[in-house]
Design a protein around this ligand. Structure first.
Ligand code: C2O
Length: 572
C-alpha cells in the first residue's frame, strides 16, 4: 500500500456563467476539485492550505475513518475549522472500501463549489472488479451552479430569508446547452465513447438542494455499486441519486454511432412550497468517428438524440430505484451479516418547526418573533461555539452535560404523512413544542442500533437523504406512508440489504436501517439536503470507547487547529 499525497489550496476565483461573473471558493482553481485516486488500503494525506477568507473544513464523505474521528472534518463537531491563512493536513486510510466516495467542504453552502471525487480501486487491479472490466472510468459529478455568493445564501437560510435559488444544474461543472448567455449556449459535458466499449460512470450528487434523475438517450445503465459498496447488478435506464449519494454504473456504447444527450434533472423544488426545481442540465455522449461534430456543447448539424425524462415530480421513482438495490455477495468483501439482535430501537421523525428568534420566550403567534427550523424528533440542532464536541468528549470537559439526548421517539404522535394535517400558521400546536439544542445520542461500543426514519407531512415534497459519518448502514426496508411496525418489520431484508452511508427517506415515507457502533468518536448525522442541514436536521452520535486499546480513540493529531482565535462557526 502507498501513501497518496495531495495539496489542496483553497482560494477564491472568479467564474462567469449565464453572463454573470461570480466569486467562488474552490480547491486548486478547479471546479469540480481534484479527484483523489487511490488503491484500497492506501493511506492519504491532504495538505489543506486555506487562502480563502472563510473558515474551512474538508469532510471525506463515506470514508469510514476507523479510530480516526479526528480527521472527519466537521467544524465544531470533530475539529475547529482551518482559519484563513492556516494549514492543516488530513490523514486517513481507505482500507476495506472500494468504489466511489467524495470529499467536500463541511461549511454549509460552500460545498457547492468545494468538492471532488474519491475513487478507490481494488488492490488486484481493474480485472478484479466483480463486474465486466470497464474500458474507461469517468467521474460524473452532478451539482448546482449559483450566480450568488454562497456565504450570503447561507446567512439568508439561517435568517429565514428564502429568496435564493441555484441558477443551473451542472455535470462535471458544465451547465450545458439548455442554459445560455445572450443566446450563446453554455458548454456542456462531453463524454467521448468508442463503439462497443464499456464505461464505468462514477456518479456523485454534490448538489445542495435536490435529488436528480439521470438518463442517457438510448442507453441503459447497469448499477454495480453505491456509496463504495458493491451491489448486485441492476439494469435500468434511469438513475435516481440524492445529495450525498454515489452510484457506480456501467454503460456500454452499443447504440448506432451518433450523439446522445445525457440529462440530469432535479426532481425536488429547492425551497418548500415552490413547485419549480432548477432546470435540467445536459451533456452529450459522443461516439468516435461520428461525422457530425459537436462544438462546445452546441450542435453543428446533427441534433443529438434526447432521452424521454420522467415527470419532474414523480418522487416514487426514487423509492423504486433505491428499493432495487441489494448488496453483492463478493468474495473479497463479503458484506457483513446483518445483526439480528438489536440493542437500541429508535423512531426518528424528520420535520420542521418554529422556535423563538431571540431568547427563550416569544409570542409564537407573531411570525416575526419566530424562526423556521428543521428537526429530528422535533428538536433542532445547534452547534457548540467554543469547543468542538469531539475534543470535549475526549478530554471529559463536562460539556456533555449541556447536550440534549435525542429521544427514542418524537414527543407527540400524530398522523405523520397525512397531508391534511400540515400545520398552517404558527398557532398550530405541533410547531409550538419545537426546541433547539445540541442534540446527541450516546452508544456503547459495539451496539446494534435500529432506526426508523419517518418523513412527515410538514416536509411535503422533500425526500431526506440521511447521512451518517463513520459508519455504513444496512437499509432494511423503505415505504410510502406511515411506518407500521405490525406489518413493515416483516418486509425487512435481513439477507442482502445494501450498505449505504446516505439513506434516502422517501417523500412522505419511511426507511428502516441498522448499524453497528464499532467506531468510537463523535459522528455527525444529518440530512444532506442543505436547507435541512443548515436549519438543524442534525444530531451527533457519540460512540464510547471499547474495552481495548484497539477499540479506543487515539489522541488528536499534534497540529490540530485550535479555536483560540475568535472562531465563530456560524460565520465565515
Ligand atoms: Cu457529505 Cu456531513 O456530509
Amino acid at each position: 500500500t502507498a501513501l497518496v499525497e495531495h495539496t489542496f489550496v483553497v482560494s477564491q476565483m472568479k467564474m462567469t456563467h449565464l453572463c454573470k461573473e461570480t466569486l467562488v471558493t474552490v480547491v486548486n482553481g478547479q471546479l469540480p476539485g481534484p479527484t483523489i485516486e487511490v488503491t484500497e488500503g492506501d493511506s492519504v494525506a491532504v495538505h489543506v492550505v486555506n487562502k480563502s477568507p472563510h473558515n474551512i473544513t474538508i469532510h471525506w464523505h463515506g470514508v469510514k475513518q476507523r479510530m480516526n474521528c479526528w480527521n472527519d472534518g466537521v467544524p465544531m463537531v470533530t475539529q475547529c475549522p482551518i482559519q484563513p491563512n492556516q494549514n492543516f493536513t488530513y490523514r486517513f486510510n481507505v482500507a476495506g472500501q472500494e468504489g466511489t466516495l467524495w470529499w467536500h467542504a463541511h461549511v454549509s453552502c460552500l460545498r457547492a463549489t468545494l468538492h471532488g471525487a474519491i475513487v478507490i480501486r481494488p488492490r488486484l487491479g481493474a480485472s478484479s472488479y466483480p463486474f465486466p472490466k470497464p474500458d474507461r472510468e469517468v467521474p460524473i459529478i452532478i451539482g448546482d451552479w449559483w450566480s450568488m455568493d454562497l456565504a450570503e445564501v447561507d446567512r439568508k437560510m439561517k435568517d429565514n430569508f428564502f429568496d435564493y435559488f441555484p441558477s443551473a444544474s451542472t455535470i462535471n461543472g458544465k451547465l450545458g446547452d439548455l442554459f445560455n448567455c445572450s443566446g450563446v449556449a453554455e458548454d456542456g459535458y462531453v463524454l467521448d465513447v468508442e463503439p462497443g466499449k464499456t464505461y464505468l460512470l462514477r456518479i456523485i450528487n454534490t448538489g445542495l438542494f435536490s435529488e436528480f434523475f439521470l438518463k442517457i438517450a438510448g442507453h441503459r445503465f447497469t448499477v454495480v455499486g453505491s456509496d463504495a459498496n458493491y451491489v448486485s447488478p441492476y439494469t435500468t435506464d434511469l438513475i435516481v441519486i440524492a445529495p450525498g449519494e454515489t452510484v457506480d454504473a456501467l454503460v456500454v456504447a452499443d447504440e448506432p454511432p451518433g450523439n446522445y444527450y445525457m440529462v440530469a434533472m432535479p426532481n425536488q423544488a429547492p425551497l418548500p412550497d415552490t413547485q419549480t426545481p432548477e432546470p435540467s442540465t445536459r451533456g452529450i455522449v459522443r461516439y468516435k468517428n461520428n461525422k457530425d461534430h459537436i462544438v462546445g456543447g452546441g450542435s453543428t448539424g446533427d441534433v443529438p438524440v434526447a432521452p424521454v425524462m420522467p415527470d419532474q415530480h414523480d418522487v416514487v421513482l426514487s423509492l423504486y430505484f433505491h428499493s432495487n438495490l441489494t448488496s453483492l455477495k463478493h468474495q473479497r468483501y463479503p458484506p457483513p451479516p446483518v445483526p439480528t439482535q438489536v440493542d437500541e430501537h429508535m423512531f426518528v421523525t424528520l420535520g420542521l418547526g418554529t422556535i423563538c428568534r431571540r431568547g427563550q420566550t416569544c409570542n409564537k403567534k407573531m411570525i416575526n418573533e419566530t424562526i423556521l427550523v428543521a428537526t429530528m424528533n422535533n428538536v433542532s440542532f445547534q452547534l457548540p461555539t467554543t469547543t468542538p464536541l469531539l475534543e470535549a468528549h475526549y478530554h471529559h470537559t463536562g460539556v456533555e452535560d449541556t447536550l440534549l439526548e435525542l429521544p427514542d421517539n418524537p414527543p407527540r404522535v400524530f398522523n405523520f404523512t397525512d397531508v391534511s394535517l400540515i400545520p398552517i400558521g404558527p398557532k398550530e400546536r405541533l410547531l409550538d413544542t419545537t426546541s433547539r439544542a445540541t442534540l446527541a445520542r450516546w452508544f456503547q461500543y459495539g451496539s446494534v442500533v435500529e432506526i426508523v426514519f419517518q418523513g412527515t407531512a410538514i416536509l411535503q415534497g422533500d425526500s431526506n437523504p440521511m447521512h451518517l459519518h463513520g459508519h455504513d448502514m444496512f437499509v432494511l426496508a423503505q415505504g410510502i406512508g406511515n411506518f407500521d411496525a405490525t406489518k413493515d418489520v416483516e418486509r425487512y431484508n435481513l439477507v442482502n440489504p445494501p450498505l449505504k452511508n446516505t439513506v434516502v427517506v422517501p417523500n412522505l415515507g419511511w426507511v428502516a436501517i441498522r448499524f453497528v457502533t464499532n467506531n468510537p468518536g463523535v459522528w455527525y448525522f444529518h440530512c444532506h439536503y442543505e436547507f435541512h442541514l443548515s436549519m438543524g436536521m442534525t444530531a451527533v452520535f457519540i460512540v464510547e470507547d471499547g474495552p481495548t486499546v484497539d477499540t479506543s480513540l487515539p489522541p488528536p493529531p499534534m497540529d490540530f487547529p485550535s479555536c483560540s482565535r475568535n472562531v465563530m462557526p456560524d460565520k465565515y
